[in-house]
Design a protein around this ligand. Structure first.
Ligand SMILES: Nc1ncnc2c1ncn2[C@@H]1O[C@H](COP(=O)(O)OP(=O)(O)O)[C@@H](O)[C@H]1O
Ligand SMILES: [Mg+2]
Length: 374
């Protein structure tokens, strides 16, 4: 019998699949020109040795917040040796101490991971920031993971104290998909840590098409994608929250399925298989861990898919006794971070701002999953 590895596999699908990986940083970011310019304007002062303007970047997931912020700072570093930036994801570093240690080590203090009290870490960090021969700029991504906790608001005061030193040019970008973080900041923190707010709107189907097209040209060999693969992937990402991540991931998955089948082309049926794999992955990671109450709310969202949060709360209150608005909101945030729903804040006239809730996992996938589990 021939060795199982002896079968020649010629890769006819991907020219370079790595450009579809989540960590890939593209050199061009179509449809984010305005946002990039606003961010660049905030940090431009450090080039001439002045204080930067700190920014808060808000928008639902997959709107390019992380990639645009990293892009601007890497361009800035490339242009000027006066600055360096540090990226911190608050899912990973979710305590005040761990973030302070990251920053302290970034500016040159060699701090052990354990053993020092917060005050000691802070004062070491400050010493080194003062001595630093560059302006440090820190990105706190997924900042709500930290800022909405008490520990995190203390951290913001730590950072505020550094920023308020006259001679220190320390910059900060807070990124979040949770608009509530702004209301959690008090006015002193807001005016200094969040002087500029940049909102990333959801991508339209046309914009997603452009983004996916550019990526596909780098990722796939010519003529490998069947007609309409990009259009269908873009339409789906638009429908599920204007989220570019969904489109890019679906192209990667579809390509791999085609490759496994030794197909020379990526067809719509490969793409649909990829969609269904992605839905099952999200649902099997989240659904079994939801409480009965949460499942009822998710079900209600699937029935009224595309609903303002106030109206949803009214409907949900009818099914639940003693329901608190706070708990309802917390559950929506949880669903959002689980990627089950998108919930951007919209202007709802005449009542003011409200969240617009829609499913990020198509209704039929959800229903199939619910049935399987019962
Ligand atoms: N304008 C754009 N052009 C090219 N790729 C983009 C653009 N916006 C987002 N992406 C890609 O989409 C994915 C999600 O973007 P990301 O910045 O992680 O979103 P967010 O941080 O808002 O959740 C990443 O793979 C990113 O490279
Ligand atoms: Mg992000």
């Amino acid at each position: 019998m021939p060795n199982i590895f002896s079968k020649k596999s010629i890769n006819e699908i991907f020219k370079d699949e790595r450009v579809l990986y989540p960590e890939f940083l593209p050199e061009r970011l179509p449809h984010r020109e305005k946002e990039i310019e606003s961010l660049a304007f905030c940090f431009k002062p450090v080039i001439s040795g002045k204080k930067p303007v700190n920014a808060v970047v808000l928008g639902s997931s997959g709107t390019g917040k992380t990639v645009s912020s990293k892009f601007v700072l890497s361009q800035l570093e490339e242009f000027s040796s006066r600055t360096k930036s540090l990226y911190i994801n608050c899912f990973e570093f979710n305590t005040r101490n761990s973030v302070l240690i990251q920053i302290a080590n970034f500016v040159g203090a060699a701090i052990p991971r354990r053993g020092l009290a917060t005050d000691e870490i802070y004062s070491k960090m400050l010493d080194y920031v003062k001595k630093c021969n560059f302006s440090p700029i820190i990105i706190l991504d997924e900042a709500d993971q930290l800022v909405l906790k008490e520990d995190g608001s203390k951290l913001l005061y730590d950072l505020l104290r550094i920023i308020e030193f006259e001679k220190i040019h320390f910059g900060l970008i807070l990124i979040s998909n949770n608009f509530l973080i702004l209301s959690k900041l008090d006015s002193r923190v807001k005016s200094s840590l969040a002087s500029e707010t940049i909102v990333f709107e959801k991508y339209s189907p046309g914009q997603l098409k452009d983004i996916l097209n550019e990526r596909a040209v780098m990722a796939f060999f010519d003529l490998v994608l069947d007609k309409d693969v990009i259009n269908v992937a873009a339409a789906r990402s638009a429908k599920l929250g204007g989220d570019a991540r969904i489109g890019i991931e679906s192209l990667l998955k579809a390509g791999r399925i085609a490759e496994k089948e030794n197909s020379k082309k990526v067809s719509l049926s490969h793409l649909k298989q990829a969609f269904s794999d992605m839905d099952s992955a999200i649902l099997s990671k989240t659904f079994p861990f939801l409480s009965d109450q949460e499942k009822i709310l998710l079900n209600l969202i699937s029935v009224f898919d595309g609903v303002f949060s106030g109206d949803l709360f009214e409907k949900y209150s009818k099914t639940q006794e003693h329901l608190e608005l706070r708990q309802f909101r917390a559950t929506l945030s949880k669903f959002e971070s689980m990627n089950l729903i998108s919930a951007p804040l919209l202007d709802k006239k005449p009542k003011g701002k409200s969240r617009f809730i829609s499913l990020k996992v198509p209704k039929d996938s959800l229903m199939k999953f619910v049935k399987q589990k019962n």
